[in-house]
Design a protein. Sequence first.
Length: 396
Amino acid sequence: MATILDYLAWRGDLPLCDAAPLNELDYVVLSRFSNLPFYDVYHTEEETMGSFCRVMSHFPREPFQIEGDMPFVKAIAKSRRFAGLRVTDYVKDNRPELEMQFAAVTIHLPGDILFLSFCGTDSTLLGWKENLNMSFQNDVPAQCAALSYAAKAIKTYPDIKGIYMGGHSKGGNLAAYAAVCLPKQYRHLVLGVFSCDGPGFSNSFIADHAIEEMADRMHTFLPEGSTVGRMLEHAESYEVVKSTVSNLLQHDLYTWSVEPLQLERAEKSSDGSEIFYNSVRHLIEETTPHQRELVLDGVYTIVTANASRPRDIQQDFSILLQPLYQQLRTMSREDWQVVTKVFRAFLDAYVLALRDVGRSKYDAEIQELRNAENFQEVTMKLLRRGIASWNGRTNS
């Protein structure tokens, strides 16, 4: 199967023009662009996609979030289609005290059109924490920063004919948030919003915002096995796309299958994606925002005390076992009751989700966990099971 990197090889020599206008795959390329390590590049006000990528093409692996970013920058550096597009207004704003991770960049398209590209979750624990905060908090700091960024772009470039917004992962959510929250007098300028496996929104957020007004301009792409993109709800319709890999690895958009001018569609989401979505939905229905916040904040405190990057946990998840177990032993009765409720709600949600997708038989171990009385033992068994599952994926 061909991927977005193959598309850059096929069409990279064709400049943007009436004969070869912007297409769906171009918007995916522009959405991913903001995730590159701009902070490691000295830049002026007259940079282009090509000038940035020529510098980055000499970087080692470390600054890039995912493997595909390295051939991505090399392809753009020599691409007539993208290399000459002007790039301005790069912003990176990570604030641990606000639990905010935000970055964005503006790409100038022909015809006085802007593409605002919002960075997804970066390689910091802070970025992942803000993602999880969406499960109990509307208007997280990065979303508010995205709205401010979009409003500032409109004021900075008053002669523009329109704007597109997009992003991969959390960046897609930020683009959607900025579009639907723009003041009404600016919304006509939004030509399209592109979310590549970005999370949705809470039901309360959807109820309070006129998403239907923007729905026909919102383009959401989720791989068959999406997990990140199935967090929370999508009021807009979305397209399911094929991937060359399975499970969690599908979040990497360089694994998405492409046709000549668009992503290749799949018939439906996988059972695993549906199970994840229904588990999260049931969990949110059965717990309060405060309960979810307490659990996530507690886990985050333990994680940051024992790891500096998500990669540290991926390499050795067991570093969290003893600290988590110790925290459970010393927890107050009130907090213990909350944690117990959240974890039991998750187990129930998982079983219900299996039934929702037509799997009436579920693991005997899950049933055993649901009936267990010793919650400390339940938690440790879950953690060990998670480690075994993770190791199986990373070693495959």
